[in-house]
Ligand binder design. Structure first.
Ligand SMILES: Cc1cc2nc3c(=O)[nH]c(=O)nc-3n(C[C@H](O)[C@H](O)[C@H](O)COP(=O)(O)OP(=O)(O)OC[C@H]3O[C@@H](n4cnc5c(N)ncnc54)[C@H](O)[C@@H]3O)c2cc1C
Length: 273
């Protein structure tokens, strides 16, 4: 099947996005890796597609003081290659390298992935464990900021309002020195995750986060587990991880919980061997 006919525009400024989005049933397109198939299947039928490739701010990677900004239009491949003037935290490069395969990574973008909010996507979990903040614009007013934890409201649902665009994400630059573990379980290389376990510890900042991802909804922050690790510097017992998962995901079946438990324990073992 082919898409319904649509108009196409590529604004050069963020402020032009809002008027473009005012068009009835207009939609943003970044790498097209998720939207493309939806167009072909006619699950999405926009009248106008607004391409983001001419917006230079969306491709910026820069340090603003102690904050690392990564533009929404930066591709997975650019992150994988460390293709920027600023050093990227090693964890980001690891995560990018394990998304899909290179052809998808060449086109797919950070912002497209966060906006699409597939529960099994890697960036929604990685940006949650790094306590990232999204910079969001609507083209008219000032930009607003939204913490990644809480941004995703459910599968394919976010706090983005009509007419809003993700400009990029902000992460503490200190995350470049953090200890981290990221374990993605999938049946074949290049597939979406069946389960993700992620941990980031920065003793100097007293920062400890543990996240279960690919949960069929938003990523889950396991704060009790993170606090126990920070306090004892010991790996939690599998039973503790299982109990935390059962408390947060009472509806998850046993297979899902087992996969998440395995992903989390492997991720934690990378930080506390
Ligand atoms: C075969 C295959 C395997 C894949 N495997 C994985 C995987 O293992 N892990 C993983 O994480 N992902 C995977 N993906 C998804 C991939 O990472 C996509 O790149 C991503 O989901 C969407 O990014 P995009 O730039 O292509 O967005 P698009 O497809 O262009 O857009 C997706 C949605 O986001 C909106 N959007 C795009 N940019 C913005 C913005 N800046 N602000 C607001 N809204 C925006 C669009 O309107 C659309 O609704 C896979 C995709 C394919 C095709």
């Amino acid at each position: 099947m082919k898409p319904v006919p649509f108009a196409h525009s590529r604004p050069a400024k963020l402020t032009e996005i809002s008027s473009a989005l005012d068009a009835d049933n207009a939609k943003l397109i970044a790498g097209g890796q998720s939207l493309g198939p939806m167009l072909n299947l006619r699950l999405a039928r926009p009248s106008t597609l607004i391409g983001l490739s001419h917006l230079t701010e969306l491709r910026s990677v820069r340090l603003d003081g102690a904050t690392l900004f990564i533009g929404a239009g930066v591709t997975h491949a650019q992150i994988e290659d460390g293709d920027s003037d600023v050093d990227l935290p090693p964890m980001l490069r690891h995560v990018a390298r394990n998304i899909a395969y290179r052809a998808v990574r060449n086109k797919g973008t950070l912002g497209g992935s966060l906006a699409h909010a597939d529960p099994a996507a890697d960036w929604v979990t990685a940006m949650t464990v790094l306590d990232a903040v999204l910079v969001i614009a609507n083209g008219r007013e000032k930009k607003r900021r939204e913490p990644m934890s809480g941004f995703m409201e459910g599968a394919y649902r976010t706090k983005l309002q009509p007419g809003e665009i993700i400009v990029g994400v902000e992460i503490s630059a200190a995350m470049g020195e953090a200890h981290w573990g990221y374990e993605k379980i999938c049946r074949k290389v290049g597939e979406f995750a069946d389960a993700i376990g992620a941990i980031v510890i920065h003793p100097g900042l007293q920062y400890a986060r543990v996240v279960a991802g690919a949960t069929e909804g938003p990523p889950i922050l396991l704060n009790d587990i993170a606090r126990a690790i920070a306090r004892t510097a010991k790996r939690p017992a599998l039973e503790e991880i299982d109990a935390a998962l059962a408390a947060h995901l009472p509806g998850a079946d046993r297979v899902k919980r087992q996969l998440l438990k395995t992903a989390l324990s492997r991720a934690i073992a990378k930080v506390i061997p």
